[in-house]
Design a protein around this ligand. Structure first.
Ligand code: S3P
Length: 181
């Protein structure tokens, strides 16, 4: 496959389920006049099926293969875009080639509190198969946070922060990275 251009200048948002990756990505898109796409949305539209049912009918392993396919497509076909990702997408070996990786950091309890306070909270929990058992989800969180921090270019603490503060902080840090390169 040929590269569209040398460098994928996207912003890639990673972090645990429910931390607000989609919300932050939409705010960044608005601020920067860029488009925003979400890996879960891409997979759902390609499969014509909700993530919840992909997990139920074909299993997690199949879903991870779809994420891999999505990562390859993003690398070769997507530029200048804000990409929000599913909480497990960070394991993709090409993630750093997709663009600047931004990790949204929050405590597990902070994430659960955020979800509980959202309008339609019940649906927000129900659509996430790996958030059905909160003890298991906490374990998964503990397992993942080390790698989230290790692979990202930027860490942004989002707990109890306003969306405008978060998006301004991200853009400031990205500018700093660009100036140092
Ligand atoms: C997952 C996170 C979900 C979704 C799928 C698996 C994960 O996305 O991709 O349910 O492994 O953490 P969100 O992070 O948007 O909830």
């Amino acid at each position: 496959m040929k590269y569209l251009s040398e460098k994928a200048n996207n912003i890639v948002i990673i972090g645990f389920m429910g931390v607000g990756k989609g919300t932050v990505a939409r705010a960044l898109a608005k601020k920067t006049y860029k488009f925003n796409i979400d890996t879960d949305d891409l997979i759902e539209s390609m499969q014509k099926q909700k993530i919840k049912f992909i997990f139920k009918q074909k299993g997690e392993e199949h879903f991870r293969k779809l994420e891999r396919q999505c990562a390859i497509w993003l690398e070769f076909c997507v530029r200048n875009t804000i990409i929000s990702t599913g909480g497990g997408f960070f394991v993709q070996e090409n993630i750093k080639r997709l663009g600047k990786v931004v990790y949204l950091k929050s405590s597990f309890d902070g994430i659960i509190k955020r979800l509980q306070e959202l309008r339609g909270a019940k649906i927000k929990f129900a659509k996430r198969p790996l958030l059905q058992d909160l003890d298991k989800a906490r374990e998964l969180y503990e397992e993942r946070i080390i790698t989230y921090e290790k692979i990202c270019d930027i860490i942004v603490d989002v707990e109890n922060k306003k969306i405008n503060t978060i998006s301004t902080d991200i853009l400031k840090q990205i500018k700093g990275l660009d100036e140092n390169n």
